[in-house]
Design a protein around this ligand. Structure first.
Ligand SMILES: NC(=O)c1ccc[n+]([C@@H]2O[C@H](COP(=O)([O-])OP(=O)(O)OC[C@H]3O[C@@H](n4cnc5c(N)ncnc54)[C@H](OP(=O)(O)O)[C@@H]3O)[C@@H](O)[C@H]2O)c1
Length: 247
């Protein structure tokens, strides 16, 4: 059984990714930041459908906590799966914040940077020795790095940085046959940045060739399928999954 770690697996795209991966027969370790109840719900859904999953707490913005997380993962791998390694890492955790460049504070900038770029960088670094050769990394980026949307500049810039980092991961980890790709969702119906109100949703739907916003499982399904081994020559790519957003 392949084992995947999905950060921010308690809600939204991460929860859907975890459920879709379990459906494809993977063992799943999800992380949550504060929402233990939602994380437990995801684990329950997976287990009730015959899969295996555990939830661990992780603040992706707190690099100092990563050594403890590494230990916790190693313990769960031994205890639940009798293994000393895992196969896939999905760097998904994140949050949104609307504020124009003119009024972004240093604290807001640093918070977004820590979770969206520094966190995935150092989490991948510390988890890499525990990842099996031939593994995969999927970073969740965003279509907002391609199309400028006023009010989310630091977020989009760090997602753009994560897209570049993905190519460097593919370059540096290829000797262990570890692939790295990123998935860039367009607007998806989740609780990100407080969710979509009707007006915002209509605007985004109007900018999308398929005429609607996406649903979480439309991202989770792509991540699970990319991990499932049917796409083993795809490497170092940023794949936009957005229904044709501003084309
Ligand atoms: N939804 C979209 O339209 C969209 C589009 C493009 C990209 N994305 C990206 O997709 C990813 C998932 O977003 P989503 O829409 O699923 O958001 P969401 O529904 O708000 O879920 C966010 C998840 O990330 C976790 N999280 C937030 N801050 C964290 C932190 N500091 N440390 C660890 N975990 C943290 C949350 O944990 P708790 O439940 O414990 O709070 C939750 O599991 C993000 O990276 C986002 O930028 C989303």
């Amino acid at each position: 059984m392949k084992i995947v770690i999905v950060t921010g697996g308690s809600r939204g795209l991460g929860a859907s990714t975890a459920i879709e991966c379990a459906r494809k027969g993977m063992g799943v370790i999800i992380t949550y930041n504060s929402n233990l109840e939602k994380a437990d719900e995801v684990v329950r859904t997976i287990v009730e459908n015959g899969g295996q999953a555990v939830a661990l707490k992780l603040d992706v913005g707190d690099v100092g906590s990563f050594a403890g997380f590494h230990e916790a993962v190693a313990a769960q791998l031994r205890f639940v799966w009798r293994r000393g390694d895992f196969d896939y890492l999905v760097n998904n955790a994140g949050y949104g914040l609307f504020n124009p460049i003119a009024s972004v504070t240093e604290e807001q900038f640093d918070g977004l940077f820590n979770v969206h770029l520094k966190g995935p960088f150092f989490l991948t670094q510390i988890m890499l020795p525990l990842m099996a050769d031939g593994g995969q990394i999927i970073n969740i980026t965003s279509a907002t790095s391609r199309v400028a949307t006023a009010g989310i500049a630091p977020y989009a810039a760090f997602k753009g940085g994560l897209e570049v980092l993905t190519r460097y991961m593919a370059k540096e980890f290829g000797d262990r046959r570890i692939r790295a790709n990123s998935i860039a969702p367009g607007a998806i119906r989740t609780e990100l940045a407080g969710g979509l109100n009707d007006e915002f949703e209509m605007m985004l739907a109007g900018q999308t060739a398929l005429g609607r916003v996406g649903e979480p499982e439309e991202i989770g399904g792509v991540v699970a399928s990319l991990l499932s081994g049917e796409n083993r020559w795809i490497n170092a790519q940023n794949i936009e999954v957005a229904g044709g957003y501003i084309i």
